[in-house]
Design a protein around this ligand. Structure first.
Ligand code: FCB
Length: 457
């Protein structure tokens, strides 16, 4: 294949999230989060796995940063655990919680690695959930207060701030189909949560900006939604609905200061949208400097006018939409591998929502890796290399077509706690032996190191 070079200043990195790697669930005054509660609820997480220990990154962060430096990462995206900063979600700040991130940031900077902070990657303080969680408007306000407290401590050294990670998952999986914490199953609650998450983003973005933050953004998981049959009108209608629920319901208020009309109608069929108050859309549309895009696989849908569609995780699509089973070679998550979907998605965002620089904040794949599967004792994960190579070519193609893509972060640096799947799905380019906490570079890590050093493929 042709050699590809990425633009100068293209940023290469890796991403993780607090609950998935830190462990130390009770250290230094951390309060319980909804994931502590959910993972202890029988039947919710594979084999009752929890994030109590995870990769023990809380104690091993210096070694993990050394690994990042060895790989040559320019940047590292991690999330802050709100319950470490405010154990009850509101009230006094716990300085010991901030101390950890302080040390982490200093260690990164000492190695020349630029930190990207995610303020919320799903670990809501349980005390706030007890008051309604994201279905309560006050949570949005508390989120902005928390963001301000974190900025006050780290803002002198962290340039890039993102508010939420994938509010789609927090709302639809957390409150809609119950697959994620807090495990509620209520379509109306899911839409209420969408709005309060977006409001929380807007309030936090403004607060960060006012405090002096350089670069402020949000990470979404927008999807490339495709029709099963490109000639079918029913399928086109299904695409429009799912695109609305996955993409436009987030992107339009964020970047056009208004919810799409068809989504307002869809939501109103399920719940009276009294939670949207005058002026909210303007607050949500606080200017951003960066849009994070997480991409794993495309979504294929068919319209089912006969009412026999499965609906899936999208509130209000039961019966009307069928989500096609993924085809071709799949990842260990059962996810489809179609890199062209990333090119299409990036181009579509750049066309429909111009003017915001994009960053791939997550892309990667789970495969059933075996430690010691190559002669050097490393993990031979050629399937992961092929996945990453394909998606980097797709990202490069988007750049060639004019998309302002600033960088790429692989998910994930380490094997980690994959939410409802527990530890059985391995996304890392670094293998973690959970019994010994030994880290072993997979061949994909060596490959990525080479990609970074050549700035290309
Ligand atoms: C994304 C999440 C991330 C990880 C990957 C596989 O939806 O943001 O934490 O679980 O999926």
């Amino acid at each position: 294949m042709n050699e590809l070079r990425f633009p100068e200043n293209f940023r290469w990195g890796a991403a993780t999230a607090a609950y998935q790697i830190e462990g130390a669930a009770r250290d230094d005054g951390r309060g319980p989060s909804i994931w502590d509660t959910f993972s202890r609820t029988p039947g919710k997480v594979h084999q009752g796995h929890t994030g109590d220990v995870a990769c023990d990154h809380y104690h091993r962060y210096a070694d993990d940063v050394a690994l990042m430096a060895e790989l040559g990462l320019h940047t590292y995206r991690f999330s802050i655990a709100w319950p470490r900063i405010q154990p009850d979600g509101t009230g006094p700040v716990n300085p010991r919680g901030l101390d950890f991130y302080d040390r982490l940031v200093d260690t990164l900077l000492a190695r020349g690695i630029d930190p990207i902070v995610t303020l919320y990657h799903w670990d809501l303080p349980q005390a706030l959930e007890d008051r309604g969680g994201w279905t309560a408007r006050e949570t949005a306000e508390h989120f902005a207060t928390y963001a301000t407290a974190v900025y006050a401590r780290l803002g002198d050294r962290v340039g890039t701030w993102t508010t939420l990670n994938e509010p789609w998952c927090s709302a639809y999986l957390g409150y809609g189909n119950g697959v994620h914490a807090p495990g509620e199953r209520n379509a109306g609650a899911a839409f209420t949560a969408v709005h309060h998450l977006l409001l929380g983003h807007g309030l936090a973005a403004r607060a960060l900006r006012a405090a002096g933050a350089e670069t402020v953004g949000i990470t979404l998981n927008p999807a490339d939604v495709r029709a099963a049959d490109p000639d079918s009108a029913a399928d086109a209608a299904a695409v429009r609905l799912v695109d609305g629920l996955q993409n436009r319901i987030f992107l339009d208020p964020l970047l056009r200061a208004a919810y799409p009309e068809d989504m307002l109608e869809h939501v109103a069929r399920i719940v009276e949208p009294t939670f949207v108050r005058d002026g909210d859309e303007k607050l949500i549309a606080a200017p951003i400097d960066l849009l994070g895009v997480n991409f794993y696989q495309p979504t294929y849908v068919a319209g089912r006018p006969d009412g026999a569609g499965g609906g899936g995780a999208y509130p209000g699509t039961d019966g009307a939409v069928e989500f096609l089973p993924p085809t071709g070679p799949l990842t260990d998550m059962g996810w489809m591998i179609e890199p062209a979907g990333l090119t299409r998605l990036l181009e579509r965002i750049a066309t429909d929502y111009p003017g915001v620089p994009l960053l791939v904040t997550e892309n990667g794949a789970a495969f059933p890796d075996k430690a010691g599967s190559d002669p050097a004792g490393e993990v031979q994960d050629t399937d992961r290399i092929a996945y990453l190579d394909g998606h980097l070519r797709a990202a490069h193609e988007a750049i060639a077509r004019g998309v302002d893509l600033r960088g790429y972060l692989v998910w994930s640096l380490l094997d980690n706690f994959e939410w409802a799947e527990g530890y059985r799905k391995r996304f890392g380019i670094v293998h973690v032996d959970y019994l010994t906490q030994r880290r072993t570079l997979k061949s994909s890590a060596r490959w990525y190191q080479e990609v970074i050093s050549r700035n290309g493929l």
